[in-house]
Design a protein around this ligand. Structure first.
Ligand SMILES: C[S@@+](CC[C@H](N)C(=O)[O-])C[C@H]1O[C@@H](n2cnc3c(N)ncnc32)[C@H](O)[C@@H]1O
Length: 299
């Protein structure tokens, strides 16, 4: 299952590999860096505690979660926005005209939607509570990233994408998950604060997918060696207290090595993850990247 937030760096392609190392019967599943949710959507548990520092992201999760109670109204509202801003919509077979498709073979969605997307973006920035509009902006935006400037305005440029059947299916999967699992809580704080508030037992499990110290991404900006060390200190303490966890990370990338990680991981189980790690900045596949999964779970 892929999250309808189509988050950069999401785990939907790797989750089946990772899951094989997770414990079997999870009572409470915890994610301090949940991002778009492609991990938790694929995990079966009785209860979910999900956190991320990005307040816009958590607002969107809370919004979509609430919409699972009346998906018909949600889709009607969404398609009304798409229609009223005259955006293309492949899902409803409303595609850009042939002449545009032939002239701009690879960029016709962006050419067609650009002006109206800007209008929608400026309307949203006048009333930032409209989560339906924010979701449409995300779906039509470049790399589908939640990006706000220092004034708090959404500033993502138009992307060469629109609302298609992948988006529709991802939304329905998300709604089905939320209808099936009612014990889900979203938090919006720093991972250390979040982890400190929890009281965990033997059948609980924490999966961590933090920003990677040695790669670049929009959400890596606030991550430094200080956070990296703080995270490992907490994981050590959790291990001493018998709490199960698993951590994804990048050990080497573009000639760099995460030395804090290589030192930390020696004491735990280390699994190589087969991935084509894609760098956010240049979109090229880096063959020298080593992605690992570290865990204290004895399977
Ligand atoms: C690699 S992404 C997680 C992707 C996620 N596994 C998915 O499948 O979408 C890392 C996440 O950590 C969040 N983050 C960054 N610093 C944080 C902090 N100090 N505390 C909690 N979350 C943080 C970012 O907002 C980002 O969503």
């Amino acid at each position: 299952m892929r999250s309808p937030l189509f988050y950069v760096g999401d785990k939907h392609k790797l989750i089946s590999q990772l899951k094989s190392y997770f414990p079997n019967n999870i009572k409470t599943y915890i994610e301090p860096f949940c991002g778009g949710g492609s991990s938790f959507l694929n995990i079966s548990a009785k209860k979910y505690l999900l956190n991320d520092l990005d307040s816009h992201l958590i607002n969107l999760h809370r919004f979509l979660c609430s919409q699972s109670k009346d998906t018909k109204t949600f889709f009607t509202t969404l398609f009304e926005i798409i229609e009223s801003y005259n955006l293309s919509c492949s899902f409803l077979q409303k595609i850009p005209p042939k002449v545009l498709r032939e002239t701009y073979k690879k960029t016709y969605f962006a050419k067609f939607n650009k002006e109206n997307y800007h209008k929608l973006r400026s309307d949203f920035n006048k009333n930032k509570d409209d989560m339906n509009k924010l979701y449409v902006l995300l779906i039509y935006g470049f790399n589908r990233t939640l990006r706000f400037n220092s004034k708090g305005e959404f500033n993502l440029p138009v992307g060469n994408v629109d609302f298609n059947s992948n988006v529709f299916n991802a939304l329905n999967n998300y709604f089905n998950f939320m209808q099936k699992h009612t014990n889900i809580e979203f938090y919006n704080c720093d991972f250390a604060v979040f982890l400190n508030t929890l009281e965990l037992g033997q059948n609980d499990f924490i999966y961590l997918d933090p920003p990677y110290l040695i790669s670049s991404s929009e959400y890596n900006k606030l991550w430094s060696e200080k956070e990296e060390r703080k995270l490992y200190k907490i994981l050590k303490e959790l291990d001493v207290n018998g709490v199960k966890w698993g951590l994804s990370n990048l050990l080497t990338h573009k000639g760099k090595e995460n030395k804090i990680l290589s030192e930390f991981m020696k004491n735990y189980r280390i699994y190589e993850i087969k991935s084509n790690y894609i760098s956010f900045n240049d979109n090229s596949i880096k063959r020298d990247s080593r992605e690992v999964y570290i865990s204290n779970v004895k399977n």
